[in-house]
Design a binder for this molecule. Structure first.
Ligand SMILES: *[C@@H]1O[C@H](CO)[C@@H](O)[C@H](O)[C@H]1NC(C)=O
Ligand SMILES: *[C@@H]1O[C@H](CO)[C@@H](O)[C@H](O)[C@H]1NC(C)=O
Ligand SMILES: *[C@@H]1O[C@H](CO)[C@@H](O)[C@H](O)[C@H]1NC(C)=O
Ligand SMILES: *[C@@H]1O[C@H](CO)[C@@H](O)[C@H](O)[C@H]1NC(C)=O
Ligand SMILES: *[C@@H]1O[C@H](CO)[C@@H](O)[C@H](O)[C@H]1NC(C)=O
Ligand SMILES: *[C@@H]1O[C@H](CO)[C@@H](O)[C@H](O)[C@H]1NC(C)=O
Ligand SMILES: *[C@@H]1O[C@H](CO)[C@@H](O)[C@H](O)[C@H]1NC(C)=O
Ligand SMILES: *[C@@H]1O[C@H](CO)[C@@H](O)[C@H](O)[C@H]1NC(C)=O
Ligand SMILES: *[C@@H]1O[C@H](CO)[C@@H](O)[C@H](O)[C@H]1NC(C)=O
Ligand SMILES: *[C@@H]1O[C@H](CO)[C@@H](O)[C@H](O)[C@H]1NC(C)=O
Length: 877
């Protein structure tokens, strides 16, 4: 797969970094070559450092090498070939985030849930015909490990291996936000979310189209089929197209959901001489119509697909020849005719049980759109696509020879916004519910406000279709590559209503952190943001006073049941933050009305969900007597619904949710070997618990002497999460250098990724320590928007000093105005314990410096003006 994109390469070269630019659909895509850190070959069983003089020679006796990029990385894989034994040496490349999955048949893929403008497959084959650079056509969205294997009897010498990277590879210690301490485990944990957001946030124009439009039609290499956004409502039609197989086979769908779930049909070629030696001929025999029903032809963890049924065809299917294929839908299946031959009937009974209710399915085997995408390592042209209704009316035609609108119609156009995806390798969708953790992380690491403002703009562009009940809601999981002109095809994609709250909270956090710098973006979207708030206000139930779905706005909540603490508190949290934005923008009536509504809902939560006997918030009113939840506890604290006494008690009550290395989502969930522990919800909890610990032990909040609260109980979850959950992500078999999506509790063995190979090991939602550690261990927090006023509270509480062994910390938090608040503190002294704090902050800001949790001799709180460096010293009593 030699890409045309490598042809315009090379502008600047460093020893280890080369910049490349290539034209894609008129856009210039800039890439930087990055290289592995270590390699291992058959002749060297240990890891050797990879350098620019590393030469990899592969042959039958020494067929494989394993390369480690050291941390989560992304880009177009390439090799530079010095010599080869014959023209047409086949090499297989495989990629994974966790090392443990590299040798699985499909490594840790494929990603069949969506076509995320990246390679669907984690195993790909190059046909190397001459020395020089060979680069994959596709981005690998996220990987740490790579294997290369020469196939057959050939041999090859490779002088360079790398990734033409499209993402941010700034070393973590050079980022605008940084955290470091005397405890290296904490430092590594801090880096997980930072690295995840560097790889999962994709800059405008850096994910090119995965289709190539040519005069001969769309040239489509093996990938998850991409569907037309024009066909979701058509049923019982005949779809015809012409196809020319360039390699291996051609693939298509009919009667599919626009996301892709439905029948999948692949026609294989005769497999001429030179066909890839690693072709799976038992799954894909030559001259065969191979069919599956669901996401693909292979199962992938939670994405099951019906059994594969193979239909040998009577023709010899030649490569580089055109065939005309027609597929007709009726109530019992799909009739496929090739060049007018007598049809092959593919029954629609070959499904998985209850597929109609499977997430992603449209529920009707006769209804839905069409799409195209050959299987792994195949490639084919597709042109002249027509769709005809059963009454003979032509419904659709596309010659597939022009980029516009074909690429956006099929959702495979280059990305147009700088957006944060849920994960680097998958789903590669812009999930609005993930945006809050991403926003916090960006603000404490990469400082990339372009990702904040453009993700916000993108999600607001994808508001529901005009006239629908979702018309004012922000997008829930829009994908790169499409266009809002096709919004009607995605009309039902708004079902997780609390994702709106998390989205609004992220917009609010943008303002809290960046102050005036965030206002232009927020002001330019104010009507839309206000529309989102107005829409979700409908969720306040007039009987319970809590947040509930309704006929006016149907759906579900991700964080917990309706009339429950989690969605209700997350709503209060979002509304309070949006009300601060409204004030800043000068929309005082909205600010006042939202503040009042937030107070009313907060009162209802305390009246109906606080269980004083149990000392915690119930999951929901239906389970009042005996329940609690991680998200409910976390958001009740974060939203200020819980008072200090309630917060401490609720944190102590978390013990009933403890499950292995973390906390299970709620008390109704069993704690077993395969329970999913969510770093997303546990991350909100970590932040909430840290704030309880800090405020109950902080003398800087109040000038008066404060009785020292017993914080042991609040320390327990704080320490448990930091010493058990996040260090699990450093496990050598799975560590990617980035934060994970889910993990198992590790009851009888070490915790592992909970969706096995499918788990995203670069998910910003799992990276809460990246903002919690700067806020509560370095101790830097805003007390006015944009850090115009700030505080530094050195945590002297025992949990940090004794249990985490932190004797010093240093770092910086990027703030509004382009500056940062930089802090270094250290504890010194034997007889007399002294805490020395060095602070610098932008001119025009001011702050207060203090020590939390311990009495000090002399001044407890010291006021500091920004603009220079200040050194403050406290003597602990
Ligand atoms: C060495 O080669 C064998 C196959 O011959 C392979 O299974 C093994 O993984 C290779 N070892 C390394 C380190 O590449
Ligand atoms: C690989 O290249 C050789 C030499 O050009 C060619 O004969 C063979 O068909 C190619 N194979 C594939 C799978 O592209
Ligand atoms: C996928 O798993 C389902 C359920 O276990 C099974 O029925 C189906 O045959 C499998 N599909 C494939 C392609 O292996
Ligand atoms: C669907 O088409 C197939 C093949 O022509 C035929 O055998 C079958 O009876 C049809 N089903 C219905 C319900 O018409
Ligand atoms: C497709 O046709 C069948 C048989 O005529 C019918 O039962 C079914 O409802 C149709 N599908 C849709 C979505 O209208
Ligand atoms: C034929 O079917 C199409 C699609 O169902 C429909 O829009 C159209 O009105 C029908 N035409 C006639 C003449 O019935
Ligand atoms: C929420 O509680 C109210 C009052 O008890 C009730 O009317 C409503 O149906 C509940 N909502 C849901 C989704 O159960
Ligand atoms: C906190 O809330 C509880 C429960 O409503 C109440 O009993 C208590 O007095 C409150 N404490 C403070 C300090 O407001
Ligand atoms: C603080 O709380 C812990 C846990 O409940 C308890 O074991 C300890 O004795 C308490 N310490 C003080 C000083 O009250
Ligand atoms: C450093 O922090 C980790 C948790 O991240 C903890 O397990 C470890 O005990 C700490 N090290 C010291 C020396 O306290």
């Amino acid at each position: 797969m030699v890409s045309k994109r490598s042809s315009l390469r090379s502008t600047i070269c460093f020893v280890f970094v080369a910049l490349h630019a290539f034209a894609d659909a008129g856009e210039l895509v800039v890439t930087t070559d990055i290289y592995p850190t270590t390699l291992q070959t058959n002749s060297t069983s240990e890891n050797l450092p990879y350098s620019d003089s590393s030469v990899i020679s592969l042959s039958r006796s020494n067929p494989t090498t394993v390369l480690d990029y050291g941390t989560e990385s992304a880009g177009f894989p390439f090799i530079e070939v010095a010599s080869l034994s014959d023209p047409g040496v086949q090499i297989e490349l495989r990629y994974s985030e966790g090392k443990a999955y590299l040798d699985e048949p499909q490594a840790d893929g494929p990603w069949t849930f969506s076509n995320g403008l990246s390679n669907t497959f984690r195993v790909e084959t190059f046909n190397v015909t001459e020395p020089g650079r060979v680069q994959s056509f596709f981005i690998q969205g996220g990987l740490r490990w790579q294997g290369i294997k020469v196939l057959g009897d050939a041999s090859i010498t490779i002088s360079r291996v790398g990734l033409a990277s499209t993402s941010d590879n700034t070393p973590l210690d050079e980022l605008p936000g940084y955290f470091e301490s005397s405890n290296d485990t904490l430092n590594q944990i801090w880096g997980l979310g930072a690295r995840a957001s560097q790889q999962a946030c994709v800059a405008n124009g850096s994910a090119p189209s995965t289709w190539e439009i040519t005069d001969e039609g769309a040239f489509i290499r093996g990938q998850a089929p991409a569907q037309s956004a024009l066909g979701p409502n058509y049923s019982n039609y005949t779809m015809t197209f012409s196809t020319k197989i360039a390699r291996g086979g051609t693939g298509w769908r009919v009667a599919a959901a626009v996301g892709g779930y439905g029948p999948y049909l692949v026609l294989t070629s005769e497999y001429p001489e030179g066909t890839f030696l690693n072709t799976n001929r038992s799954l894909l025999p030559p001259n065969t119509l191979v069919t599956g029903f669901g996401y693909s032809l292979v199962n992938q963890t939670t994405l099951t697909t019906g059994p594969v049924v193979q239909y040998p065809v009577d023709l010899v299917i030649r490569e580089n020849e055109w065939y005309s294929i027609s597929t007709s839908i009726n109530a019992t299946g799909y009739s496929v005719s090739i060049n007018g031959s007598s049809p092959i009937f593919v029954s629609n009974a070959n499904t998985v049980p209850d597929w109609e209710t499977t997430f992603g399915a449209n529920g009707d085997a006769t209804l839905g759109t069409w799409g195209f995408g050959p299987f792994q390592d195949q490639a084919a042209y597709v042109k002249d696509v027509s769709v005809t209704a059963s009454n003979g009316t032509r419904l659709y035609h596309n010659a597939m020879t022009s980029e516009s609108p074909t690429l956006t119609e099929y959702g495979v156009a280059a990305n147009t916004h700088s957006v944060c995806l849920d994960g680097a390798k998958r789903d590669r969708l812009v999930w609005s519910g993930d945006f809050l953790h991403s926003a916090f992380i960006l603000a404490h690491s990469t400082g990339r406000t372009d990702f904040l403002s453009e993700t916000l703009a993108f999600l607001l562009d994808w508001r529901g279709p005009e006239g629908s009940i979702f018309a004012d809601l922000a997008g829930m999981s829009p994908k790169m590559g499409s266009s809002t002109q096709y919004i009607a095809a995605f009309a039902d994609g708004y079902g997780l209503l609390d994702y709106q709250f998390l989205f609004l909270a992220a917009a609010g956090e943008f303002y809290q952190h960046y102050g005036a710098d965030a206002l232009p973006a927020l002001r330019s979207h104010w009507d839309e943001l206000k529309g989102v708030v107005t829409a979700v206000l409908q969720l306040v139930n007039s009987d319970s006073g809590l947040i509930s779905t309704s006929d006016a706005l149907p759906g579900a909540f991700f964080l917990g049941a309706a009339n429950g603490t989690a969605p209700s508190s997350a709503f209060v949290y979002a509304l309070r933050r949006m009300s601060a934005v409204a004030s800043a923008i000068g929309d005082n009536s909205s600010a006042a009305s939202w503040t009042a509504t937030a107070a009313t809902v907060a009162d209802a939560i305390n009246a109906r969900l606080w269980n004083p006997a149990r000392g915690t918030y119930a999951t929901d009113i239906a389970s009042f007597a005996n329940s609690s939840s991680v998200s409910g506890t976390a958001f009740a604290i974060l939203a200020g619904v819980a008072n200090a006494t309630q917060a401490l008690a609720a944190v102590a009550a978390l013990d009933e949710l403890r499950c292995g290395v973390g906390y299970k989502d709620n008390s109704a969930t069993d704690c077993g070997e395969s329970t999913q522990i969510s770093p997303n919800t546990n991350g909100f909890l970590l932040s909430a618990v840290a704030s309880v610990l800090s405020s109950s032990s902080s003398s800087s909040e109040h000038d008066s002497d404060e009785t020292t609260t017993n914080t042991t109980e609040a320390s327990i979850p704080f320490l448990h999460l930091l010493t058990s959950l996040w260090p699990s992500m450093l496990h050598p078999s799975y560590a990617s250098g980035a934060s994970w999506e889910y993990l198992t509790p590790g009851l009888s063995r070490a915790p592992i990724p909970a969706l096995s190979a499918y788990t995203s090991l670069s998910h910003p939602w799992g990276g809460a320590p990246t903002y919690m550690l700067p806020s509560f261990v370095l101790g830097v927090r805003a007390t006015a928007p944009g850090f115009r006023e700030w505080q530094v509270v050195v945590p002297a509480f025992e949990a940090v000093r004794r249990d985490l062994g932190v004797s010093w910390a240093r770092g910086r938090v990027p703030v509004g105005g382009g500056g940062s608040v930089a802090v270094e503190w250290m504890r010194e002294g034997e007889e007399v314990e002294v805490v020395k704090v060095r602070v610098s902050a932008p001119a025009g800001t001011k702050g207060r410096v203090g020590v939390g949790g311990r009495e000090v001799r002399g001044e407890k709180i010291v006021s500091v003006e920004g603009g220079g460096e200040s050194v403050v010293q406290f003597e602990l009593v």
